[in-house]
Design a protein around this ligand. Sequence first.
Ligand SMILES: [Zn+2]
Ligand SMILES: [Zn+2]
Length: 145
Amino acid sequence: MEGVAWLAHKYLMHGFLWYLHADHHLPTYKKSDSFFEKNDWFFVIFAFPSMVMYILGSIFQDPILFSIAIGITVYGFAYFVFHEVVFHQRLNWFKKWRNTYIRALRRAHGMHHKHLGKGDGECFGLLIFPYKFLKLEIEKNIRNS
Ligand SMILES: [Zn+2]
Ligand SMILES: [Zn+2]
């Protein structure tokens, strides 16, 4: 699912669906006061293939289709936790999560947000990111120990 998310983020969200994703890349002072972003529609959009797979998986009693449905659901939930809550802190949960992986994830997604436009970007994934971000945090741990 991380691979699917990477592809969707790079080629759909930063492609022809940019008009829904653009507000997620606005600097904070330009964001609207609303709790929701247009970008949140992607939770609705990506729920559809999952729903279809649950329905088809039930009708045809197919464990593979059903597993895909569960995979999309679980990934959606993980994305919500790590992206909306841990990184963007839209809810007050998990504020104390500061382990090495979380700090590296913050660095990596922070790099994605350095780019405000549709074009050149990096770190389109979320849970899996280039090793250099983890390495920086590991080196910091060693220096501080
Ligand atoms: Zn983006
Ligand atoms: Zn983000």
